[in-house]
Design a protein around this ligand. Structure first.
Ligand code: ZN
Length: 361
């Protein structure tokens, strides 16, 4: 079969490789739509972010190696012994980070905290290939009302569900969201479904502000033309929002906001309020912790998404409570288009992309 393999950072080639054989507890799938995550797109080019050292080591010791491809919709073609939740013909999506199933946390019923299990596309080959072997515990069946394109977004949506759950939004809480890329727009819609009151979205792209208004933001502020901190304080009686998400931070070289949006997010939370850090920064940064301490802020980080979160995404997308299609801006055709999808996704600002670029193989 054909599969994309990495020989080095920035060097991916479409090779002929042996097709995977099915195993107990696993299924063989044929991808129908696949997209690089922003993290994968950055790693492919050798940009420092989450898991950079791990991927560098694999390239140094194992290249050529099949990497990435955990955001997908695929059809099951074969199931291994013991598989009960999916059948051949089912369309499936996956969560990326899997529990190991054997450590004390997993055995103690806290497998969402396990960091020893594999990540699809990082330790296990993903879906930038004609076929993939995947563990059943990663998968969810996709409802007929969800398109292949939308289903490829469910992995990211499950991380957003976990992020909003971590925020513990109360009924009527005011919420501000910095960054209206795919995760920002997902957090916006899930927060709205989870009882949020006033929702203020912030971005620097007029197009993203338009989409966030369409998807339910009460106010969408363009931080290029107005001061979001002052505006959020004004909308909340001078106090700041109860809950603030930072979905904008990251390397300015890729069109992300650096640490500026995180500092603005801190200034936008009311005293005793919650700040949820969704962004990855890729390197250490300086932060004046006294800013948080002085106002008793809670700086939280999202839990890893579980199978229950992934199943909830199917409910949200199938019922239309969360709309994914307005965020899908680039769809390419043919497995050969994968490098182009990586390039667009690594430089979403330049290409005016919201969701990562998708490939229909
Ligand atoms: Zn474990």
């Amino acid at each position: 079969m054909k599969a994309w393999r990495f020989y080095d950072f920035g060097d991916m080639r479409l090779d002929n490789v042996p097709a995977p054989a099915c195993r107990p507890g696993h299924v063989i799938v044929e991808p129908r739509c696949v997209q690089p995550s922003v993290t994968e797109a950055q790693l492919a080019l050798g940009i420092r972010t989450l898991a950079y050292e791990r991927i560098k080591r694999r390239l140094e010791t194992e290249a050529p190696v099949q990497l990435f491809g955990h955001e997908f919709c695929a059809r099951v073609v074969e199931v291994g012994a013991g598989v009960t939740r999916v059948r051949p013909g089912d369309r499936v999506a996956a969560r990326a980070k899997l529990p190991c199933g054997t450590c004390a946390l997993c055995l103690g019923g806290r497998d969402h905290l396990c960091r020893k299990g594999p990540i699809i596309g990082f330790q296990l080959p993903g879906c930038f290939a004609e076929r993939a072997l995947l563990p059943e515990i990663a998968l969810v069946r996709v409802d007929d009302r969800i398109s292949d394109s939308e289903a490829a977004c469910l992995q990211s949506l499950s991380d957003s569900v976990a992020a909003v759950e971590t925020a513990g939004i109360g009924i009527g809480d005011s919420v501000a969201i910095y960054g209206q890329g795919s995760m920002g727009l997902e957090c916006l819609q899930i927060a709205r479904n989870s009882g949020a009151g006033l929702i203020v979205a912030v971005d620097v792209r007029e197009e993203a502000c338009r989409v966030s208004r369409e998807l339910g933001a009460d106010v969408a502020l363009n931080a290029r033309s107005e001061d979001p901190v002052a505006a959020i304080r004004e909308f909340t009686g001078g106090n700041g929002a109860d809950v603030v998400f930072d979905c904008a931070g990251g390397s300015p070289a890729q069109g992300l906001a650096g640490t500026r949006s995180l500092l603005q997010a801190i200034d936008s939370v009311r005293s005793g309020g919650k700040l949820v850090g969704v962004s990855w920064f890729g390197s250490p940064m300086e932060l004046d912790v006294d800013l948080l301490r002085e106002r008793s802020l809670r700086f939280l980080f999202p839990d890893i998404s579980t199978l229950a979160h992934l199943e909830h995404t199917v409910r949200l997308a199938a019922s239309g409570r969360v709309r994914l299609s307005p965020t899908i801006t680039h769809v390419l055709h043919g497995l050969e288009a994968v490098p182009q999808a990586f390039e667009i996704t690594a430089n979403k600002g330049k290409h005016q992309a919201i969701n990562p670029a998708q490939v229909i193989p």
